[in-house]
Design a protein around this ligand. Structure first.
Ligand code: PHE
Length: 363
């Protein structure tokens, strides 16, 4: 497991096993230059704890970029709980595992703070909170999902305007958007976009969930394997990551990609980003578009307020504008966003140097 930590350049990798409940989990801390580590906890099936650790490590790196690019004083981390089929069948066992997980991260002394992610919703956060004081997102879960959705909507609006050469938010009235996955974030995005007059196509591996959201917002439903190929203005991946490899990118029929999912591009990511650019698709990097919950949860903690949604959307808009203006000047957007994140980390590491560089720039 030490090679996972080295390969992903982690500051820390904690492996958690609880004999009694059968819990297996990994907490990856990537980079705490900007502040204490924060990142959601995800629960998913993995072949092994090592695979879970690898996923946590990749996602933690993405969180470092997310906090850095949006100017938030936190470090990148992520936790992953290995979903075991026995616990899926037995709610009492699942609860014991979540409590054991909460107790284990509590022993980190509050340094690592966490919240919801794929497979960990408001109810699961509430259980984890019974064993620790370092999780948020039970009462604020809805606000966090809506904040992510609002940020993605802003990213789509700026992305579409950028294709017409402008740094602003294009009106979404009548625009067609395909949403992959309508869980907490994808569902909130469907409602948000419908409220802004967009026309929607949705897909979910849970067919009933897709039908319910579609009926609510007046969307079309397509099979999950078709959602990347529908002709739309924007494609919003809001399920698991790893959806855009070179073959899938070839089949895209959208102008903008911006969504709520993390780690959307299949590695090597620069090749995927280049393929998107070559096809004329504007890719708003996942860690730029989906930062709404990171802004909301680290700002409001458990006391989510409706105004936190707009506050998060405004913060995302500033970052997206910085990225699309660089894209308009010819940069590939993911590279531009990584540059912005790296600059924020550099400023924190050597403030004097960046100040002198800054004065050079303005002289
Ligand atoms: N898991 C979400 C994300 O990756 C929300 C979250 C952000 C949760 C920060 C905890 C801390 O952005």
């Amino acid at each position: 497991m030490s090679e996972v930590a080295a390969q992903h350049d982690l500051e820390a990798l904690y492996l958690i096993r609880d004999r009694e409940s059968g819990l297996e989990a990994a907490v990856a801390v990537h980079d705490t230059t900007l502040g204490p580590p924060r990142g959601g906890t995800r629960r998913r099936a993995y072949p092994s704890l090592a695979d879970a650790a690898r996923d946590a490590a990749r996602l933690a790196r993405t969180m470092t970029w997310k906090f850095a690019v949006h100017g938030l004083p936190f470090g990148g981390a992520k936790a992953v709980i290995v979903a075991d089929p026995e616990a899926d069948r037995d709610p009492a066992r699942r609860e014991r595992q979540l409590l054991a997980y909460g107790a284990a991260i509590e022993r980190l002394g509050g340094w690592f703070g966490t919240g919801p992610d794929l497979g960990i919703g408001a109810a699961e956060v509430a259980t984890i909170q019974r064993a620790c004081s370092c999780a948020v997102g039970h009462r604020s879960h809805d606000i966090a999902s809506r904040a992510t959705a609002a940020g993605v909507r802003v990213a789509i609006a700026f992305g579409l305007a950028a294709l017409d050469g402008r740094v602003e938010a294009a009106p979404l009235e009548g625009k067609r958007v395909a949403i992959q996955g309508v869980g907490a974030v994808g569902g909130a995005l469907a409602r948000d976009l419908a409220g802004h007059g967009a026309r929607l196509v949705v897909a979910d591996t849970d067919a009933g969930r897709a039908e319910r959201i579609a009926a609510e917002v007046g969307a079309d439903v397509v099979a999950p394997e078709r959602i990347t190929q529908v002709a739309v203005d924007a494609f919003a991946p809001c399920a698991a990551g790893g959806v855009l490899d070179l073959a899938t990118i070839e089949g895209l029929r959208c102008r903008v990609v911006a969504g709520g999912a993390n780690d959307v591009l299949v590695p090597p990511e620069p090749a995927a980003a280049a393929a998107l650019a070559a096809r004329g698709v504007l890719y708003v990097p996942d860690f730029v578009a989906n930062g709404g919950a990171a802004v909301a949860l680290t700002g409001c903690g458990e006391e989510g307020r409706p105004e936190d949604v707009e506050r998060a959307a405004e913060r995302i808009a500033r970052t997206v504008a910085a990225v699309t203006s660089r894209a308009l000047a010819g940069a590939e957007p993911r590279a531009a966003a990584l540059d912005l994140a790296a600059a924020a980390l550099r400023r924190e590491r050597c403030p004097d140097r960046s100040r002198s560089l800054g004065s050079e720039g303005s002289a």
